[in-house]
Design a protein around this ligand. Structure first.
Ligand code: AMP
Ligand code: MG
Length: 418
């Protein structure tokens, strides 16, 4: 990437996203900490977790029923001699050493299948009278048994380094005996909001002032992406003070700014960063909302000699939220130690026609509803990218490619869940 700041670089959505993904592939999380298993939900695993024994550790019955030799059931009904009962957790000495021809043991779900038996018949196809049981259904060899080690073999990797710890991953870690996990530290992510008109949430705004809301949507998105938000003071549209606060933010692992990146006379973020010799990877993407989004790296943070990545996100609240999802999230996830992920879309049927001007890829707030086979989506009525109220009613964004002017009702469209 060129070291020359080029503040006229406006990329297509795909090119801009690729630039972020390429840069994200260069970063490595290194600092780790040990956390209690439950506290690790949503954190990123810093070292692979291995199976401490075979899973399952014994051939496991998946049904309540009878452990049999399948060959004994070639003619039905078949009468077998019951030589034992095996419940889950049964002591080894109480389990029959082997099931011979004409024999069976009654067995419960989760219990170890004894030697000699090669299948389990469900209890529904049996009637037991004393030590004899009549079986009325055939089984194939292996039926209703998970062989020892079939899910994982001792020593094999269960959860890879860089995995986000989901409910299933935490259950798996628990099953392998881990009451604490080594995870990456959350990247410290500075949030710097800019604008003379912006006041703090607990201030009484003057008639032309507005309260800072972007720092809060960003803080939530940062937490969801695995980062630790650090809210800096609001920066006025004054180059000197803006520079001080940018320098402070660059001491974090990532700096997110909102506002001040459009073409207005008081949009000073790029100007100040250029004066600081920042490298700009792009300074706009052909998207709506969020066109003026800026991505770069700046070397002046004392704590980060290799440079700190920054995003200048447009100040309109919906633009801020969308551009975080599209561009800042992959970088933050990489800094958090996560393996890179692609953007995921679902598809839904458009409820009513959409008409737009071509040229930009659009991510428009919408409501996804309907049943599994009939998911439907409809844009929310909105006043443009400043309309937080409309976006709060939405649960997704409809994605419209830049070459479409009209999308008829009934067409399947890509949808990004939020
Ligand atoms: P800008 O990108 O600075 O031109 O700001 C675009 C619009 O977003 C303006 O209407 C700003 O008042 C608004 N805005 C900027 N920053 C914030 C913020 N932190 N919270 C809410 N709205 C904002
Ligand atoms: Mg502004």
């Amino acid at each position: 990437m060129s070291a020359n700041p080029d503040s006229s670089r406006v990329l297509s959505f795909e090119d801009a996203r690729r630039v972020v993904e390429d840069e994200a592939s260069l970063v490595h999380a290194s600092q780790t900490e040990s956390v209690e298993l439950l506290a690790s939900a949503g954190r990123v695993l810093a070292g692979a977790i291995l199976a401490d024994r075979d899973i399952p550790p014994f051939p496991r019955s998946t049904r309540d029923g009878y452990a049999v030799q399948s060959a004994d059931l070639s003619k039905l009904p078949s009468m077998l001699q019951v030589i034992g009962e095996i419940k889950a957790g049964e002591k080894l000495e109480n389990i029959p050493a082997t099931i011979g021809r004409g024999q069976t043991a009654s067995i419960m779900t989760g219990a170890p299948v004894p030697g000699g038996a090669d299948a389990v018949v469900m209890v529904e196809y049996s009637s037991q009278h004393g030590q004899q049981v009549e079986i009325t259904k055939q089984v194939v060899s292996g039926e209703n048994i998970v062989p020892r080690g079939a899910e994982a073999q001792k020593g094999s990797p269960l959860i890879a380094r860089g995995s986000r710890l989901t409910d299933a991953a935490i259950a798996l870690a628990a099953s392998a005996g881990n009451s604490k996990l080594q995870v990456y530290k959350r990247p410290r992510t500075a949030v710097l909001t800019t604008g003379d008109e912006i006041v703090a949430v607990d201030a009484t705004p003057g008639p032309t002032q507005i309260r800072n809301s972007n720092s809060y949507s960003l803080a939530v998105q940062i937490r969801q992406a695995g980062g630790d938000p650090i809210l800096l003071p609001i920066a006025p549209d004054d180059p000197g003070r803006l520079r001080e606060l940018i320098e402070e933010g660059l001491n974090c692992d990532l700096l997110l700014m909102t506002g001040g990146v459009s073409m207005g006379r008081y949009d000073l973020v790029e100007q100040v960063l250029s004066e600081m010799q920042a490298e700009f990877f792009f300074s706009g993407a052909k998207i709506q909302p969020g066109r003026p989004v800026v991505f770069g790296k700046c070397q002046c943070g004392a704590g980060a000699p290799a440079g700190t990545y920054f995003f200048g996100l447009p100040g309109n609240p919906v633009s801020t939220m969308v551009t975080f999802e599209l561009f800042a999230r992959p970088m933050l996830e990489a800094l958090a130690g996560m393996s890179p992920r692609k953007l995921a879309f679902v598809h839904a049927k458009l409820k009513s026609e959409i008409k737009v001007k071509p040229g930009l890829k659009r991510f428009l707030p919408a409501i996804l509803s309907g049943e599994v086979e009939n998911s439907q989506v409809e844009l929310v009525a909105w006043q443009g990218s400043g309309d937080i109220a409309a976006t709060a009613r939405a649960n997704c964004y409809v994605v419209i490619p830049p070459d479409r002017e009209r999308i008829p009702a009934g067409e399947w469209v890509p949808v990004m869940i939020r």
